[in-house]
Design a protein around this ligand. Sequence first.
Ligand code: ATP
Ligand code: MG
Length: 446
Amino acid sequence: MELPWQIGEILGSLRAAGYQAYAVGGCVRDMLRGAAPHDWDLCTSALPGEVERLFLGRFAAAHTGAAHGTLTLAAEGLPVEVTTFRADGPYTDHRRPASVRLGASLAEDLARRDFTINAMALGPEGEVIDLFGGRRDLSAGLVRCVGNPKDRFAEDALRILRALRFAAALDFAMEPATLAAARAQKGALRFVAAERVAAELDRLLAGPGAGRVLAGCGDILAVALPEIADVLCGPPCPALAGRTPWEFVAETIGAAAPVPQVRWALLLGGLGRKKEGAAGEQGPAPEGESRAERAGAGAEQALRRLKVKRSFGTQAAALVRCCCMPLPTDETGVRRFLAHWGLATALWRMEAERARLAALAGGPGARCRRQGLERFEELVKEQLAAGACLGPADLAVKGKELLEAGLYRPGPEMGRALKELLEQVLEGALPNEKNALLAWAAEHKK
Ligand code: ATP
Ligand code: MG
């Protein structure tokens, strides 16, 4: 894989000026495993001011992390972070070094990095500087700390979450000593800001190894996400084919498409549930509704605490609620379902159900649920193909028509009449046609 020309040019210019310069970190890891890097970090012996001067009039520079020696060059569409070789001072808050020392050596700069796979440097001629066995771990599929894992996690607890995230995203295993240290130091995760927890969890959940990592590291995660503690300690359950609720959640997430709303909803779907309730089970409507409320409120609260984007939180919590409701298998029920939840939530709900069924793997009730899901999918397709009316916006009559027919003036009564018309159409009692709707409205006007 070739370096982008901008990277080649920046490295070349720095070297021509007598400095050392390398690509470093994630971009090197990704290039070596044959994936396209999504951002570019360079490290150099030049100080930020020297880098800025060197590219004056060529690439615009922004001091994005001045205290840490980082400068971002805008290299014709490619943002490139250039950081001066540095060594970290002591860590005092389990998150950040109290000070950093610029002017360190490349070896010191690599030694401060989190994992061996992230601690390699690459020169413009393709030379790889690999002081900690990064290439070996990359081909073995291992996340291993640089140096003593206990110390590294104690310095910065975010690294614990990063380790789990890389294991999930790359589908790698945790090297045993690294995993043991993550477990031993997990208490420090309480020092990690909620936004950072959310960002790492989001990337963890998106990864192909998410199910496996969640299954094996739930106890570690629960320090950062205490909301899952109840789900985590649930005993094995016959309704889940003998699995614990947490095992079931992990397996379901692993089986689901990596759609963030779906995977988050599956992760948080068991919150606010009565302890004896089995995760992922459906109940009849009245019980289902109150359970949906509890679960939805639990998810909503957790997502708010994690400070995720409000619109995302709303979508994921709605899906959690929706997942507590049984899937209708009749036309009217499906129209009402689509009208109530919206198409996007209904499609995510199907994906969640598919994943749960995959995790149930022929357990109790699985066949019946599969048939229910298939029937629901079929009916949803039919309703969409038929252009069915699924909400006020689809109704063939709006307030304007009721006004023109001299039936209603704008106001609460008109609103009620429109709602009633929609009910009749969803029910299938009336066709979604202007004349039929107006006639019915005239007849039923109070
Ligand atoms: P990605 O960009 O896919 O998240 P990345 O490895 O590039 O992966 P970044 O957060 O962009 O991760 O960080 C760039 C590099 O900085 C890492 O590869 C690693 O060498 C180093 N690094 C980042 N965060 C830490 C940390 N908390 N402790 C030690 N080194 C870190
Ligand atoms: Mg990166």
